[in-house]
Design a protein around this ligand. Structure first.
Ligand code: GLC
Length: 398
C-alpha cells in the first residue's frame, strides 16, 4: 500500500484475494508496537497511538488469520497488562506515554472505564484457528467477564448490566445517548457531559468502575456483546457456570425486542433515546435466535440500515441519521463483522455472504478507514485503521 499525505492510495477496482490479504498485513504490520512480553497493534499511528480494548480483540483474530499466532497471543496478553484485581480491564492502555490524559482518568497509565469485552470471542476464534491459547489468558478473560457479570451494577428489574459511561459502549456519539445531552446532541456540549459523567462513577476500593447514578442505562448492544463473549469463552473452556450466566443475560435481552421498531431497546435512561434504532441495537441477534432473522434483514434493507458498503450505524429513518458523522450514520467495520457473525451463526448464509461482500467492498474502497460512508464507501475518520482488516475474516472477495 502506498501512503501519501497520511491516506493510503489503493489500486482501482476490486481486490483479488492475495492483494487484500497483503494490503491488510501491511496495515497491521505498520501499526505493530514492540513492548515487553511481545507487543500490540495501535488502531492508527497518529490518531490512536495507544492500545484500545475491543480494537485489540479484533486485531488478534486478524493476526491469527494471517498466520501470526505469536502476535495474536501477544496482543491479548498485553491487553490484560492493566487488568485490575477485581478483573476490570481498562479500555485504553497508555503504556507509550503513561501521563497522557492521567488527570482526566484520575490515574496514570490507563483509562478508568471499560469497553465491550470482545476477548471471549477473540480467544475462541484463536482456538478455532488452531492457535494454542495459554491457560492464563483464559483465566484473565474469565476474570474480566466475571467482573462485569458479578460486580457491575444491574439495572433494577431488567436483569441487564449497566454502563458507567457512554464511552464504554464503544459508540461514543451514538444518538442512543442523546437524552443525556442538554437541549439535544451538540458535539461541544456532549464532550462536556462526557467529562462530567466521569466524576460520578462509583468505584471499588481498587478503582474498578461499578455504577454511575448519573448514567443509569443497560444498553442492548453492550449486554449482547457481554453475553456473546461469555458464550464464546464457555465454548473454549467448558466453563458451565459461565454458560449459565450467559443464558440468563440472553433471556433478559430477549425481553427487550420491540416488534414495532424491529430492534432490541435499552433498559433505563431518562427518555426515549435508548430506543433509537442503531446497528449495535441489533447485536442481540448474536444471542437471541427468535428475532435474529428480522434483525439481519433490517441490516441489509436499503430502507432501514442497508448500504452498498455495509449497514449504516443508524437507521435511515431516524432524524439523527447522518451518513458522514462520527457514530451517527457511517458504516463501521467491526459492527459489520459482528452482524456477519450473527447471520452466520443463525444459518442465514445468503445474508451473511451479502454482508461479507459489502464489508470487503467498504474496507477496500475506503482505504481501510476507521468508518466510511455507507453508500459511496468514502473513507471517514482515521485511515488506515487497524480494525478495518476484519474484512479478511469474512472470507469473501467482492
Ligand atoms: C473511537 C471509537 C472507539 C474505538 C477507538 C479506537 O474512540 O469510538 O470505539 O475503540 O476509537 O479505535
Amino acid at each position: 500500500m502506498v501512503v501519501r499525505g497520511g491516506r493510503p492510495t489503493l489500486p482501482p477496482g476490486p481486490p483479488r484475494g492475495a492483494e487484500l490479504v497483503e494490503s491488510a498485513r501491511s496495515v497491521l504490520s505498520a501499526h505493530w508496537q514492540e513492548a515487553a512480553g511481545g507487543g500490540y497493534t495501535v488502531p492508527n499511528g497518529a490518531v490512536y497511538p495507544f492500545q484500545w480494548l475491543w480494537d485489540s480483540c479484533f486485531h488478534a483474530v486478524v493476526w491469527a488469520e494471517l498466520g501470526e499466532p505469536d502476535r495474536a497471543v501477544a496482543e491479548l496478553t498485553h491487553l490484560f497488562r492493566t487488568q485490575g484485581p477485581d478483573g476490570f480491564v481498562p479500555h485504553v492502555d497508555y503504556e507509550a506515554r503513561p501521563q497522557h490524559h492521567g488527570d482526566f482518568w484520575g490515574r496514570p497509565g490507563s483509562s478508568s472505564i471499560t469497553q465491550p469485552p470482545m476477548y471471549g470471542h477473540a480467544l475462541a476464534e484463536l482456538g478455532r484457528r488452531g492457535v494454542e491459547v495459554p491457560g492464563e489468558l483464559v483465566q484473565r478473560a474469565r476474570a474480566g467477564l466475571g467482573f462485569l457479570l458479578r460486580d457491575r451494577a444491574r439495572l433494577a428489574g431488567s436483569g441487564l448490566v449497566t454502563l458507567v459511561h457512554p464511552w464504554e459502549s464503544g459508540a461514543d456519539d451514538s444518538p442512543r445517548w442523546d437524552d443525556w445531552c442538554p437541549d439535544g446532541f451538540e458535539p461541544a456540549r456532549w464532550y462536556q457531559v462526557k467529562g462530567d459523567l466521569l466524576g460520578t462513577v462509583v468505584r471499588s476500593p481498587a478503582g474498578a468502575p461499578l455504577a454511575n447514578p448519573a448514567f443509569e442505562v443497560a444498553p442492548a448492544g453492550f449486554n449482547a456483546l457481554l453475553a456473546f463473549n461469555a458464550f464464546e469463552l464457555a465454548d473454549l473452556s467448558g466453563d458451565d457456570q459461565l454458560r449459565v450466566e450467559a443464558v440468563e443475560l440472553a433471556e433478559a435481552l430477549a425481553r427487550r425486542w420491540d416488534p414495532d421498531l424491529r430492534t432490541w431497546t435499552d433498559a433505563g435512561g431518562p427518555g426515549r433515546s435508548g430506543s433509537v434504532r442503531t446497528l449495535d441495537g441489533l447485536l442481540p441477534a448474536l444471542v437471541d435466535p427468535a428475532h435474529a432473522a428480522e434483525a439481519v434483514t433490517e441490516a441489509l434493507d436499503d430502507a432501514a440500515f442497508g448500504g452498498r458498503f455495509g449497514p449504516a450505524a443508524v437507521h435511515r429513518a431516524e432524524p439523527s441519521f447522518d451518513p458522514r458523522r462520527y457514530w451517527r450514520g457511517p458504516a463501521w467495520p467491526q459492527l459489520s463483522y459482528l452482524t456477519w457473525v450473527a447471520a452466520r451463526r443463525r444459518g442465514l448464509a445468503a445474508e451473511a455472504d451479502e454482508l461479507a461482500r459489502r464489508l470487503v467492498a467498504g474496507a477496500w474502497s475506503s482505504g481501510w478507514a476507521e468508518y466510511w460512508e455507507p453508500d459511496t464507501g468514502e473513507g471517514l475518520g482515521a485511515a488506515p485503521q487497524s480494525w478495518a482488516t476484519v474484512a479478511l475474516l469474512v472470507g469473501q472477495a467482492p
